[in-house]
Design a protein around this ligand. Structure first.
Ligand code: CA
Length: 683
């Protein structure tokens, strides 16, 4: 029997599960305590070095470790080791491996040697007073913007000094040559709440010793899970610099009211055979079958999250980022390869001290060779088993832009006929798979696949650019008014495109050059592009102004959101009953993907048009009464502001509102469900 077949047995887990909080190197002024989990090792030695360069012959000491509880090895090193690099020399049955510490808090260049670090010395000023910008708000209040660190700043027109660096996100007052704000100022101006950063932990595909040569990678190839990526630091050689600069970035973003989400890739590693954990305890971290790595991820290996010490490792790692770096959210890559128990332990553990942290991931169902029976995976279809965790809604994405794996397929925004029930489901938080709106991430574009605008260009060749811009804005309106958590790829608001230069568009730019990936800030000088950015800004402001657009529970959605019946073909619309804390008594949201205008009857009342084909926001653009015309390929949002009766507005709101609903139902033939709800409420 291979040793790897024993790892998932009850016997092995009973003997060798270590639950202590002290794995890794714990620095203090007088000594550093090391603890490594290596149950199958014959001996372990700590090797100390002057530098983090794996090729430098600069050893400064070796300390043998002693066997301790539950398969761990420990030793204490006297003196102040802050800044000293180290590795573990692990003697196995048939070989000796020198490895980095899986619990390393930082490393030297390219992540080969860990470094002992006094973490408090890396804290920015007033780090103790740093607080989550969105404390106490439900996940459905988040508006997420997905960004690669380099994409923000590498365009010369960004005006950002620290190009491609963490520090690029700390620069304010940056602008294009035309004086248009870029970088952090642009993001802040959009009004998003959460900035989601593509992998920022140490990954392997960029050589940190060759940063003068053009290199780009998304970074879905983890090497050290608890260490910031060196190529994003101004100095990848000195381990403390990347820690300091990443913390400074987070601190600055927090000061600007922006929460930070980290993209984490626990489902696989860069090279399974080279991954330090697998070289300490042979192939413990990865799922294997008959000696081969399971490859559901398509990246060469899958993480065996169902094993007790892998689970602990992942839980510890996420907790560490939340505790030490004040990370406000985690996006899990291919979370469908991780098990439900691990995800629930992560959420529970982090929420103990950080109740506002949000969690979401790619819950696609994928084949993988599990090492234990009866393990349930954190997939979209199992979302009811992970209540604190949200999943990307491919339901909405594919409705909007068309089937993901057919670039020429057209979606609803391009006028493709859609089942109104499907549109309603998407608008109401995908109740058929999503138990609560806080568990669906609504989006039309992310780093994967073509950008939204490229997809429109490819799938609607007969349409004009102007019409595609309208489709793009219709998409944004649907994402931003649907129940759930809205999300979009950085640059979607300026019609981001990834042209290959031969008339085609890149759908997988994971290692394409900066020139293809970067946000092109000068596009904001083009009036039609600037107008789209304004439209996004307005939609976000609208969403933030109306709690009714971000209901936290499915019950509230059922009680307050009603599809409109009797609309022209392929036009969809919804009547939302205003929440008690909403300034509006009600909202009407209409989507018209047709090439012709659509006339829609309105419920009784004077309705403020706040979103139309050209503008979005909170201020009335027009007053509509009786009926309204929705322009071709556009969305419209109308609000009904409360009538002022006497001085006590709150007490008068509900009866007025219900009167409005009855009138609405009469005027537009509201659905049966709608009337039943109302009746229930009256009783
Ligand atoms: Ca790296």
């Amino acid at each position: 029997m291979a040793i790897s077949d024993l790892y998932s047995t009850e016997d092995f887990e009973r003997k060798y599960t270590y639950l202590g909080p002290d794995l890794g190197a714990r620095w203090s002024k007088d000594s550093t305590a090391f603890r490594l989990w290596a149950p199958t090792a014959k001996s372990v030695t700590v090797c100390l070095y002057r530098s983090g360069d794996p090729d430098a012959q600069d050893a400064v000491g070796r300390i043998p470790m002693k066997r301790a509880v539950a398969g761990t090895w420990t030793t204490d090193a006297d003196g102040d080791l802050n800044g000293v690099y180290y590795t573990y020399l692990v003697e196995l049955e048939d070989r000796v491996n020198e490895v980095c510490d899986p619990y390393a808090v930082t490393t030297g260049v390219n992540g080969q040697r860990a470094m002992v670090l006094d973490l408090s010395s890396t804290d920015p000023q007033d780090w103790d007073h740093d607080a989550p910008p969105h404390a106490g708000l439900p996940a459905t209040d988040a508006v997420i913007y997905e960004l690669h660190i380099r994409d923000l700043s590498t365009d010369p027109a960004s005006g950002i000094v620290n190009k491609g660096k963490f520090l690029g996100l700390t620069e304010t007052g940056t602008a294009t040559p035309d004086g248009i704000p870029t970088g952090l100022d642009h993001i802040k101006g959009l009004g998003i709440t959460h900035l989601h950063l593509l992998p920022s932990y140490d990954y392997g595909s960029v050589d940190e010793t060759k940063l003068d040569v053009p290199q780009f990678n998304w970074g879905y190839d983890p090497v050290n899970f608890n260490v910031p990526e060196g190529s994003y630091a101004t100095d990848p050689y000195h381990g403390e610099v990347r820690v300091k600069e990443m913390k400074q970035m987070i601190k600055t973003l927090h000061e600007n009211g922006i929460s930070v989400v980290m993209d984490v890739v626990y489902n696989h590693v860069y090279e399974a055979k080279d991954f330090c954990f697998n070289r300490i305890v042979p192939d413990y971290f990865s799922r294997t079958k008959s000696g081969a790595y399971s490859n559901g991820s398509g990246c060469g290996n899958d993480t065996a999250s169902e094993r007790s010490m892998v689970r602990k490792y992942i839980v510890d790692s996420v907790k560490y980022w939340a505790d030490e770096y004040h990370i406000d959210g985690f996006r899990f890559d291919l979370v469908g390869l991780l098990d439900v128990q691990t995800i629930n332990e992560i959420v529970a553990t982090v929420h103990q001290s950080h109740p506002d942290v949000i969690f979401y991931g790619e819950g696609w169902t994928m084949p993988t060779d599990l090492t234990k029976p009866d393990v349930l995976m954190a997939t979209q279809t199992n979302s009811h088993l992970t209540p604190g965790f949200a999943y990307f809604s491919d339901t909405l994405r594919d409705l909007l832009r068309g089937y993901v794996f057919d670039d020429h397929a057209r979606g609803y925004i391009a006028g493709e006929p859609a089942d109104p029930n499907l549109v309603a489901k998407c608008f109401m938080g995908c109740p058929d798979w999503c138990p609560e709106p806080s568990q669906t991430v609504n989006y039309a574009s992310c780093h994967d696949n073509m950008s939204l605008f490229d997809r429109l260009t490819v799938s609607t060749p007969e349409d004009t650019v102007a019409d595609r811009i309208r489709m793009n804005c219709l998409s944004a309106a649907m994402v931003m008014t649907s129940q759930g958590i809205p999300f979009f790829q950085a640059g979607e608001e300026l019609l981001r495109s990834k042209p290959r230069g031969d008339g085609s568009f890149e759908h997988n730019s994971y290692r394409s050059p900066d020139s293809l990936n970067q946000i092109k800030w000068n596009d904001l000088s083009r009036p039609e592009y600037a107008k789209v950015a304004d439209y996004y800004r307005g939609l976000i402001a609208l969403r933030k102004a109306h709690p009714t657009l971000r209901l936290p529970t499915a019950d509230q959605v059922r009680q307050q959101v009603f599809p409109l019946a009797g609309l022209p073909a392929n036009v969809t619309g919804f009547h939302l009953r205003g929440s008690v804390d909403d300034s509006a008594q009600g909202l009407i949201v209409l989507f018209n993907p047709n090439r012709t205008a659509a006339a829609v009857s309105l419920p009784q009342g004077k309705w403020n048009v706040v979103v139309n084909a050209d503008f979005a926001g909170t201020a009335p653009l027009a007053i509509a009464e009786g009926s309204v015309e929705v322009a071709p390929i556009s969305a419209m949002v109308l609000t009904l502001e409360p009538l002022t009766v006497g001085t006590d507005d709150k007490n008068n709101r509900i009866p007025l509102l219900l009167g409005g609903i009855a009138a609405a139902a009469a005027a537009i033939g509201g659905t049966v469900a709608y009337l039943n709800r109302k009746k229930k409420k009256d009783n």
